[in-house]
Design a protein around this ligand. Structure first.
Ligand SMILES: [Zn+2]
Length: 486
């Protein structure tokens, strides 16, 4: 390499990328502008320009037309120099590195970057470049590991937005890095909780409190009107008390900002909804849950039976350990029975809670809504990337610290929004890749078989029913049945 040597009509390459620190976008025009300055300063001039605008630059499976054309141009043998905005644009993966090195060695090409000049015709220089490439590749791999651990880490740190994904649920609004409690939604939920715990039917509470919408997820993503079902779900889901749950639904922590409901209220609601009787008319197929119920004493499958209430003409439906069942070894112990209505109410509640989980959203997300949401997010993302790159370019021309700080704040804001959109896109991608179940829309309208299938999707089966204790202070069905969300 000769510091005095100048080159003309140098092929130059830029690739849209994101800085590893701070995640700022570096636009292609911005990169070329820097290369132009560098060339002018050193007495070089840039000839053909090549670029790629895909962000996932280090994915070896992504075809990069600009990169291929750049290599082909260098391999014509017509050039003694090449330019790139930072060497890591060229060395994100091992294949790219070796192809560039072999073309560079073949034609004795000098690679000029803002960070340094590499004489690819020189063995030592190529060795240096390989090491640099190895380090960059390692950084990129570490980035992927971080992405995989992102959710687990968010869970450990108590970040609700990343743990759950999607727009903020009722009672929350979008904060800077996480959801925060939305005062209006929280007031609404607390009033609803108070009245439900006082014994008012939730439908009446919902009607009386009047219309409310969830908080908007962004300028183009307005809040949704809150239905009875949404209110009910909000009252029973752990996140409403700021509780962090793992993928199995087990509570593993509490978010720093808490939730719209305090934990004691939330627990009371769980009990309230869990043990509520529904009083639905009994139809045929009334023992539909039988196949998944097991006696907690002997393990036998429970059987439906009608029992006449003492001294009346009225009957109560029970699931009981009564008949032997094929495939199950134990003889019935006759030591366990539970009102069917209570079991059904519990299972319905579990399904309603399930309807608000990521697993159910997964199912809900398949179909046209997902496509629409994805298109919306993609458009927002593209727009934000443009804005971000634009801000970056403008910031470079600004000298006053105050103005710079303002640009930095705007860039950080755009970055946060990009992060949130990418998180939701990733969630959508995961959702679309997974098989799902029918979305629960109208429980009461479902056939017994549909109910059974949906319960099996929502909670672990078989479901063990512990023996009751009878008498005046009898344990409720909720006390005796532990439902584990899938
Ligand atoms: Zn039994």
């Amino acid at each position: 390499m000769n510091a005095q040597q100048t080159y003309q009509d140098i092929p130059a390459y830029a690739r849209l990328s994101r800085k590893s620190r701070g995640g700022q976008i570096e636009s292609v025009p911005l990169q070329f502008a820097t290369l132009d300055r560098l060339a002018a300063y050193s007495g070089h001039s840039i000839g053909p320009r090549f670029d790629d605008k895909a962000l996932s630059a280090w994915d070896e499976t992504v075809e990069r037309k600009g990169w291929e054309a750049f290599l082909a141009e260098l391999d014509t043998g017509a050039h003694r120099a090449a330019m790139s905005y930072h060497a890591d644009r060229l060395s994100r993966n091992g294949q790219d590195t070796e192809r560039l090195l072999s073309v560079g060695a073949r034609w004795g090409i000098v690679l000029i970057t803002p960070e340094g000049v590499y004489d690819l015709g020189n063995d030592d220089s190529r060795a240096m470049f390989r090491m640099l490439a190895a380090m960059t590749i390692n950084q990129s791999d570490a980035g992927s590991r971080r992405a995989r651990n992102h959710k687990a880490e968010a869970r450990r740190q108590g970040n609700l937005r990343i743990t759950h994904g999607g727009p903020p649920p009722l009672g929350f609004r979008q904060g800077r890095d996480d959801w925060e409690v939305d005062p209006a939604g929280a007031e609404y939920l607390n009033e609803a909780a108070r009245r439900v715990l006082a014994g008012e039917p939730i439908e009446a509470v919902h009607r009386d409190l009047g219309p409310i919408t969830t908080s908007p997820a962004g300028p183009d993503s307005p809040g949704r009107p809150v239905s009875v079902k949404m209110l009910r779900a909000a009252l029973v889901r752990p996140v409403s008390a700021g509780l962090i749950t793992d993928t199995e639904g087990a509570e593993v922590g509490v978010a720093e900002q808490g939730g719209p409901l305090d934990e004691p209220t939330f627990r009371k609601l769980q009990v309230n909804f869990g043990s509520r009787k529904r009083g639905r008319p009994v139809e045929t197929g009334r023992y539909w849950a039988g196949p998944v119920l097991r006696c907690g004493k002997c393990g036998n499958q429970l059987t439906g039976e009608r029992v006449r209430r003492r001294g009346t003409d009225q009957f109560t439906d029970y699931y009981a350990c009564k008949n032997p069942h094929k495939g199950l070894q134990p003889h019935p112990c006759h030591g366990c029975s539970v009102p069917a209505e209570d079991v059904h109410a519990l299972l319905a509640d579990a399904v309603m809670a399930f309807a608000e989980t990521p697993a159910a959203r997964r199912a809900a997300a398949r179909g046209p809504e997902t496509a629409a949401r994805r298109a919306e997010l993609d458009a927002q993302l593209a727009d934000l990337l443009d804005q971000s790159a634009d801000l970056d370019a403008k910031r470079l021309r600004i000298r006053q610290p105050v103005a710079r700080a303002r640009y930095d704040a705007l860039a950080a804001e755009a970055e946060a929004m990009i992060g949130s959109i990418e998180a939701e896109l990733a969630e959508l991608e995961r959702i679309e890749a997974e098989p799902g179940v029918p979305v629960v829309i109208d429980w009461d309208a479902m056939t017994p078989a549909e109910k059974l299938a949906t319960v099996a999707e929502a909670v672990e089966t078989p479901i063990v029913v512990q023996p009751g204790n009878g008498g005046g202070a009898a344990l409720s069905a909720a006390d005796r049945i532990d439902l584990t969300p899938r």
